[in-house]
Design a binder for this molecule. Structure first.
Ligand SMILES: [Zn+2]
Length: 256
């Protein structure tokens, strides 16, 4: 099994967006990251990067027009796959950690894949709770409200039934967030937490995020991930930590 890490663009944001009640006025680079896993039984893309409309019609797309997302043609999923000699049709399964634009924007580029999304994540994205503020603002309906082959999950899910590629529920950041736990032959257990954990600091110091659907659930997801780290000696890769990102092997390099 191989794990490839893809860079999908970035934003510059106020760090207080990531660290509730701290770091006001501190600018921070937020990389967008998504991943390809080659399992003996198929290829799984974990998140899809940005929507190509960010390049073709940036004025109509809130992330580029309002949030200042920076994306180049090479950051889009088809280009990242092409650099490995693959096309979108070579991807069998797409998993969305959640449906925010920097994770599900590229969904439209995978018309033939099976999508695995938590049921309550789609519910919340299609009809955001009116009080959910920043969480709601990060859903762009054109990213995910598409005639794709969505299969809805209602809990943890072992993708190939062999314990090597497990989806675990990590709600909090959004209502139905999920993370991916990989068991690699050489590298051991790696958790792609995505936005269940923004920064390594978040998990170490139990710092909640400002963009958060449910603070209690986020805290409990932190506890769950720390338990997996302890019991399985796992490495945890947070969703938007630029220092961690820059230390990772990035495609075409890989972990196995
Ligand atoms: Zn994100």
């Amino acid at each position: 099994m191989r794990l490839y890490a893809f860079f999908g663009g970035y934003e510059i944001a106020d760090k207080s967006m990531l660290t509730l009640g701290r770091d006001l006025g501190v600018p921070v680079k937020i990389p967008f990251q998504y991943f390809l896993i080659e399992h003996p039984q198929g290829r799984v893309l974990f998140d899809t990067g940005m929507n190509p409309v960010a390049l073709t019609d940036p004025a109509s797309y809130p992330p580029t027009a309002q949030f200042g997302s920076q994306v180049t043609p090479g950051d889009l999923a088809p280009a990242r796959l092409a650099a490995l000699g693959l096309t979108p049709d070579d991807v069998n399964i797409v998993v969305n950690s959640h449906l925010h634009y920097d994770h599900a924007g590229g969904n439209c580029q995978f018309p033939h894949a099976v999508f695995l999304v938590q049921y309550d994540e789609m519910q919340s994205a299609m009809c955001p709770e009116p009080w959910s503020g920043l969480v709601a603002e990060n859903y762009c309906r054109r990213d995910f409200d598409l005639p794709l082959n969505y299969q809805f999950l209602r809990g943890d899910y072992d993708v190939y039934g062999d314990g090597r590629l497990r989806l675990i529920r990590t709600p909090g950041h959004t209502r139905g967030h999920q993370s991916l736990v990989l068991r690699l032959d050489e590298s051991g257990v790696v958790v792609l937490a995505q936005d269940a954990v923004y920064l390594t600091q978040s998990l170490e110091q139990l710092i909640l995020a400002t963009t958060c659907f449910d603070q209690k659930a986020m805290y409990e997801s932190y506890v769950r991930l720390r338990e997996i780290r302890r019991l399985e000696n796992a490495g945890i890769i947070p969703g938007h930590d630029v220092a961690v990102w820059e230390s990772l092997r990035q495609a075409p390099l890989y972990y196995d």
